[in-house]
Design a protein around this ligand. Structure first.
Ligand code: FAD
Length: 819
């Protein structure tokens, strides 16, 4: 019989209990002693918020294992309410203290496994120790919060921190009919993902009435009566009944540090691939240890249950002679935020950027399962990959259905070292209720591979606005455009594109976009084969909206609705309004719901109402924007069974505008003034508009004509008056003077000097550039005649035209300026 080993374990939950059970399975003969400071072992910390919220009704369900059962089944000496206070490495023993009696005891070990976890961070702000300020780590914490909720039925609570515990607690309290304010210092919740991917979470929180305060921190807590007054960094204060602090956790390393064990650069206990510390007899696992990230091997603290459990098992393996290796942490995580799930694996874009790791990305918005089968919902999926070999660096997904499955498949693919090319080949289970013949994971692989193969050039929302030689092209249908488009975009729906190619300027690069990227891709394939340079905006308008957080940025948005841009405030009592039509657009992606809405509204009388339910996560901002642009009234919008229901009343004011025409790209500017500064302004606006894809016409009349005169004109025949007039007026852009403070030319010289210093393009060059980028320069023929200016005196490229030409352009345009 082998020598009897004595294993001592500190911590009796995820990592500790796993290590203990594995040790027993490997060696029936070993002596295993597990110390746990608290009263409970092996409880489900991940389930704590759900018991508070009521989703897990029975408290006992969280107690996965009791000390008695563990002792009995595994033959483990479980010592609860006993804290290990010291490790004596020389003597190979731990000193523990019984929390009830206070007595201390030394326990020798052959091997020690530390799994003390991580403690909630409590920032040093005044009032933080008030009894109504809670953290949530274990069963007693949960009991304390639940007691207040059950007994007092508070009206309001504040959750500080938008990580997964904060988000889960916000939802749990909301389920208990408590109004919640969520305060988060960053500009997003669930900080492990990228900001644009968190935008749907912000909308979801607001949709459920959570008062979300981003970019704000808690600075002071004062007890007031039975509740609390909280001061925030934006000088606001909130009165509330209780606070949940959930701003993150810190590894519990004191015991290890005091024993002289090494810590890693991020402050966790340093271990090797066998989970062994710098003392060969001591192993450490779980939230307390520092790990390497699976991608790029970065030193990381990733406090998750899966890694803790696996590491506990690996530590036990190695103690009993098995060469078991921990193969780094991918950080695969998922969180429920009301009706949405958000999941991620690997590195985020912001981390890749910070670490200067080269990457490419694609955004896709596939349906969770076949669109024709009820319940399908769009998933926002972001895939990050190596631009040279296509290796998967990270993935993030948000949606109401199928997020877990896709993140898990991608996590497996990443662990297997697969590339985006190989995602195309994955054979994944499919029947309409579960997926699509091209699963979202296959689809992300197609899109990423197309980009790497050069089948399409990608543009990204963070590269907007477009450069001087780029033009935005929106290829969506008109009802979609009515929900908003990117400023300055030309609109040619994909199905009309072939017939309208002549409207596109050949010399410019086109940045094509649709709702999610698919029609943009088709358009790009068409255009590039027709000789146009183009890029497809990855993720389309949906990703654009998320990136710029358009809905949340709308100042008039009443928070009580959803943070979406609502055209009107909700009708006083929308519950009294009986809809004349009802649409079930669940499972339809944009433009489906909006097209159905438009058709319904078209068939209604003014004052009648339509109720529509849709599951597309982009629906709330879309319907709000559509109402705004069509003038119909968004009377109500609220969550319903995992979807969103909106009530729209057909409005008199702009009832006709549902038939909106494509956005005009024409801009006209009348240049009446011959002042240097005013002409400058005209050309700056014109050049900007042209760069954004507009057709610009500058109509020069009276004094403005002087800007177009040549410096050295050829001899032209003029009568005496014309000659005198010509002599008195400035000849060309270089001779124009300032409208104010010209001071005999001194002001002008000064301003030109400043312009030069600040690299502002001189007027002559601006004129030339504008001309080259297609700006039409039209000289008013009537004014030319009156002032005796001849065509030959004009710079190249100037057309002569009358008021009809100007009016025609102005009528077709959406901007008309007089300078
Ligand atoms: P723990 O499970 O925290 O166990 C450490 C134990 O050690 C504690 O019970 C502590 O009392 C004890 N201890 C510490 N020091 C001593 C000492 N000196 N002597 C004796 N005992 C000691 N992870 C996920 O992956 N998914 C989730 O959905 C998820 N949800 C969570 C929700 C909540 C509310 C919380 C708190 C955590 C959640 N986690 C989740 C994180 C997950 O629970 C942890 O990653 C995991 O429990 C870590 O395991 P561990 O063994 O390192 O630490």
């Amino acid at each position: 019989m082998s020598e009897r080993k004595r294993i001592v374990i500190v911590g009796g939950v995820a990592g500790g209990a796993s290590a203990a059970a594995r040790a027993r399975r490997l060696d029936e003969n070993a002596e295993i002693i597990m110390f746990e400071r608290g009263e409970y072992i092996s409880f489900a910390n991940c389930g704590l918020p759900y018991h508070i919220g009521g989703a897990i009704p029975k408290r006992d369900s969280l107690l996965v294992q009791t000390p008695e059962r563990m002792a009995w089944r595994f033959g483990i000496d479980v010592r609860v309410n006993t804290e290990v206070i010291k490790i004596d490495r020389q003597r190979k023993e731990v000193i523990s203290r019984d929390k009830k009696s206070g007595s201390e005891q030394a326990t020798p070990y052959d091997y020690l496994i530390l799994s003390p976890g991580a403690e909630p961070i409590k920032p040093a702000i005044p009032g933080i120790d008030h009894p109504r300020v809670f953290t949530l780590r274990n069963i007693p914490d949960m009991d304390a919060i639940k007691k207040v909720v059950d007994n007092e039925q508070p009206q309001h609570a504040v959750v500080v921190g938008g990580g997964y515990i904060g988000l889960e607690m916000a939802e749990a309290l909301h389920e208990r009919k408590i109004r919640v304010t969520l305060v988060e210092l960053a500009d997003q919740v669930f900080n492990v993902i990228d900001r644009e991917m968190a935008t749907p979470l912000h909308r979801q929180l607001r949709l459920h009435g959570v008062d979300l305060r981003l970019g704000v921190s808690l600075t002071n807590i004062t007890g007031e009566g039975n509740g609390l007054k909280l001061d925030l960094s934006d000088n606001q204060s909130i009165n509330t009944a209780l606070v949940i602090m959930a701003i993150g956790v810190r590894p519990e390393t004191k015991l290890a540090e005091n024993a002289g064990l090494n810590l890693g650069p991020r402050g966790g206990i340093a271990v090797n691939e066998h989970m062994q510390t710098n003392d060969p007899a001591i192993y450490a696992v779980g939230d307390a240890v520092e790990v390497k990230s699976f991608i790029a091997g970065l030193d990381s603290l990733i406090p998750l249950a899966g890694p803790a459990n696996r590491q506990g098992r690996i530590a036990a393996d190695n103690i009993f002679g098995r060469n078991s290796v921990y193969k780094n942490t991918q950080g695969t995580a998922i969180c429920k935020v009301f009706d949405l799930s958000v999941g991620m694996v690997g590195l985020s874009e912001k981390l890749l950027k910070k670490q200067k790791i080269a990457y490419e990305k694609v955004y896709t918005h596939p349906q969770s399962h076949a669109g024709y089968y009820p319940g399908a919902a769009a998933i926002r999926l972001k895939l990050l990959f190596d631009p040279t070999d296509g290796k998967i660096l990270g993935a993030q997904a948000v949606g109401s259905d199928g997020v877990d499955k896709r993140i898990d498949v991608l996590a497996v693919a990443q662990r297997a070292g697969m590339t985006v090319y190989e995602l195309q080949d994955l054979e994944l289970s499919y029947a309409p209720p579960y997926g699509s013949a091209k699963d979202p994971v296959n689809y992300a692989g197609f899109v990423a591979s197309n980009a790497l193969n050069g089948d399409v050039q990608l543009a990204h929302v963070d590269q907007l606005p477009p450069g001087k030689n780029q033009i935005l092209l929106d290829v969506r249908t008109l009802p979609e455009v009515q929900t908003g488009t990117i400023e300055g975009a030309m609109v040619i729906p994909l199905d009309e594109l072939r017939g309208r190619l002549d409207e596109l300027p050949k010399g410019k690069e086109l940045i094509v976009f649709c709702k999610v990227g698919l029609r943009g891709y088709i358009a790009c394939r068409l255009l590039s084969q027709r000789g146009y340079r183009c890029r497809n905006l990855s993720g389309g308008y949906t990703t654009y909206q998320d990136f710029f957080d358009l809905a949340a940025a709308e100042p008039e948005a009443p928070a009580s609705i959803c943070g979406a841009p609502v055209c009107t405030h909700p009708a006083a009592d929308s519950t009294q309004i009986k809809p004349d039509q009802t649409i079930d657009a669940r499972g339809l992606q944009c433009p489906g719901p909006i097209v159905q809405l438009k058709n319904a509204v078209d068939s209604l009388q003014v004052g009648q109402a339509v109720s529509i339910i849709a599951s597309d996560p982009g629906f709330p901002p879309d319907v709000a924007a559509w109402c705004q642009s069509t003038g119909n009234q968004l009377a109500d919008i609220k969550p319903e069974q995992g979807a969103v229901r909106a009530l729209i009343i057909k409005s008199e004011a702009k009832a006709l505008s549902t038939n909106m025409q494509p956005l005009s790209k024409n801009k006209t500017i009348v240049v009446f003034s011959g002042d240097f500064d005013k002409v400058m302004a005209a050309f700056i606006i014109a050049s900007g508009a042209a760069a954004m894809g507009s057709h610009v016409t500058l109509f020069f009349t009276f004094w403005g004509l002087n800007a177009l005169r040549k410096d050295n004109p050829p001899p032209v025949s003029k009568n005496l008056i014309e000659k005198m007039f010509g002599f008195m007026m400035p000849r060309g852009a270089r001779k124009l003077t300032l409208s104010k403070m010209n001071m005999g030319g001194m002001g002008l010289t000064m301003i030109k000097g400043i312009m030069n210093k600040k690299n502002v393009t001189p007027l002559e060059e601006l004129i030339e550039n504008a001309r080259k980028s297609g700006v039409r320069l039209v000289a008013c023929s009537m004014s030319m005649d009156l002032m005796g200016i001849k065509k030959d005196e004009m710079i190249d490229g100037v057309e002569e035209g009358g008021v009809a030409l100007y009016l025609q352009n102005a009528e077709q345009g959406n901007v008309n300026l007089f300078i």
